[in-house]
Design a binder for this molecule. Structure first.
Ligand SMILES: Nc1ncnc2c1ncn2[C@@H]1O[C@H](COP(=O)(O)OP(=O)(O)OP(=O)(O)O)[C@@H](O)[C@H]1O
Length: 307
């Protein structure tokens, strides 16, 4: 009962289509839901958690729709992006409230176990308002874990968390995945996903853009045409020499700041990186700067959607 399946799921808010005909299956282990801001990740997660009704299509867990399904809620844990509203509560009180809501047989014991799981026992009797961002995230995680769900959904859990706490949180999620839980977390940062996700789902502008293990997604990203800016001792001659390279698709001379530079569109980064130094040396040209022009995640996402 740990396989979440989305079938032709869409969600619109008035005229805004937040999620557009998405189908995917999320199984045990850690999955990263990667996409730029506004891609529809939060909307997708709310629908996966059964808190938001799809406008079309269905989200099922173990074959049953999760929307307003109390049986499914017992198997689902959600760590929302927003901060804890009642931060005057202690961590223990906050987690215990969740245990009570789930009507657990031993709410105190379950609360203690969840606090231990996220290593928050020492700070458990302090108000959440005194916690660091990472500790708040762990309090939310304990609250989502208290009923031991098979599926854990986390919306941007690493946002604003300092590097040490981030490592801690990553270890926790990895462990949850190893325990056989289905763990899905959203992020707009490639490196976060790369570190811990066994599987990656990419969403852009509400659409499902790519799916696979991290290597497959990376390859999709690195195989795309890439733009570089080169400055050298003789840009005109360098531009002419670059035109003869099989890995170069186009070359343009530009003078954005008065000094010339060469804009190159490359189809094979590896090939280009090997060819450029040899080519410059043979022509007696000194390369002063080489930098990628479009390495932002946004451009990668745009490419993935178009392909
Ligand atoms: N309640 C709402 N009413 C109207 N539009 C909404 C609502 N919630 C989300 N949207 C819109 O739906 C789209 C997807 O939003 P969503 O929050 O799901 O994206 P996201 O990938 O989680 O982005 P972020 O990381 O910035 O939260 C956006 O265009 C957003 O403005």
């Amino acid at each position: 009962m740990t396989d979440l399946v989305l079938t032709d799921v869409s969600r619109w808010y008035g005229n805004v289509v937040a999620v557009n005909d998405v189908s995917m299956a999320i199984g045990p282990g850690v999955t990263g839901l990667l996409g730029p801001n506004g891609a529809g990740k939060s909307t997708l997660i709310s629908m996966m958690a059964g808190f938001l009704e799809p406008s079309a299509g269905a989200v099922t867990l173990g074959g049953a729709s999760v929307w307003r399904n109390v049986t499914a809620y017992k198997e689902l844990g959600l760590v929302p992006e927003r901060e804890v509203s009642f931060s005057y509560l202690t961590g223990r009180q906050f987690v215990a409230a969740s245990a009570e809501l789930h009507r657990l047989r031993d709410p105190r014991g379950a609360t203690q176990a969840a606090l231990e799981e996220v290593a928050l026992v020492e700070a458990a009797d302090r108000p959440i308002s005194t916690y660091s961002k990472g500790m708040r995230q762990r309090a939310k995680l304990a609250s989502a874990l208290v009923h031991e769900p098979g599926v854990l959904l986390l919306d941007e859990p690493f946002n604003g968390v300092d590097p040490r706490q981030r490592m801690h949180l990553m270890e926790l999620l990895t462990r949850m995945g190893e325990q056989g839980r289905t763990v899905l977390f959203s992020s707009h940062i490639l490196e976060e996903v790369e570190h811990i996700a066994r599987h990656v789902e990419v969403v852009v502008s509400g659409r499902h853009a790519a799916s696979g293990d991290f290597g497959a997604i990376r390859r999709l990203m690195t195989d795309r045409p890439t733009h570089y800016t080169v400055r050298s001792s003789d840009d005109r001659r360098l531009a002419a020499a670059l035109m003869g390279q099989p890995s170069v698709r186009s070359v343009a001379l530009a003078a954005p700041t008065g000094t010339e530079e060469v804009h190159v569109e490359v189809t094979d980064m590896g090939d280009f990186a090997r060819a450029l130094p040899a080519l410059a040396r043979d022509a007696g040209i000194t390369v002063r700067e080489l930098r990628p022009t479009d390495e932002s995640l946004e451009s990668v996402f745009t490419y993935l959607v178009q392909s």
